[in-house]
Design a protein around this ligand. Structure first.
Ligand SMILES: [Zn+2]
Length: 210
């Protein structure tokens, strides 16, 4: 009985189905959108909390299209609005989980569920970010994540991820609160990531820092 009640409470908000018609949905966004250059570490828009999305209309839909187009152009698996210079809490993703299942979706005003310490399993795979081009570093993060927010029409949603997709959900939510993954590294590792960036060349258009 207790188990059943818990299940009911958890399902009060529907988990989105983000694994169906993935190629078609992503392609439709990309076709309507225009790729924009990607902001990089040091640009102020990446280092502060973004504004909440409060209007779920055509303007937001157009932004989401541009974000999918930008994500595709930069070959990313996730993109936050401030990575194309827009100060709004919205991210998109096109990301496989550890079973190779593709997830495509959009989350506005994301908030991560706190995981109980005894249910946390850390995964220390490599992580990279379009806003820190060509750099990678190992970063331990919980291997499951649940993010709650709204879809592009303002309906409440929840998204559940495992493995690489769980990492993506945490990484993109961090962006919208002003944090890059390198902010979670040790001083030495962060310096190393920035050095990798200095030595590399992004394969996509970036916004030069002032
Ligand atoms: Zn990133």
């Amino acid at each position: 009985m207790a188990q059943q009640q818990e299940t009911r409470a958890e399902s009060a908000v529907e988990f989105v189905v983000d694994t169906e018609d993935t190629a078609e949905r992503e392609a439709a966004h990309v076709e309507r959108g225009t790729a924009r250059p990607i902001t990089v570490v040091g640009n102020p828009v990446l280092h502060k909390e973004c504004r909440d999305v409060t209007e779920f209309g055509d303007e937001l839909a157009a932004l989401v299209d541009d974000m999918f187009a930008s994500q595709r152009a930069a070959e990313g698996v996730g993109l936050a609005a401030n990575q194309i210079g827009v100060d709004l809490k919205v991210f998109v993703y096109d990301c496989p989980d550890d079973d190779g299942v593709r997830h495509v979706g959009v989350v506005c005003n994301p908030v991560l569920d706190e995981l109980p310490a005894d249910r946390r399993v850390l995964d220390d795979s490599n992580e990279g970010c379009l806003s820190v081009p060509t750099a990678y570093a190992a970063l331990a993060r919980p291997d499951t994540a649940v993010v709650r927010g709204q879809d592009a029409q303002g309906r409440p949603i929840a998204v559940r991820g495992t493995g690489y997709f769980a990492r993506c959900l945490q990484h993109e939510t961090d962006h919208l609160y002003g944090y890059l993954y390198i902010d979670r590294l040790s001083k030495r590792e962060r310096k190393d990531a920035l050095r990798q960036m200095e030595e590399g060349t992004a394969r996509y258009e970036t916004v030069p820092n002032a």
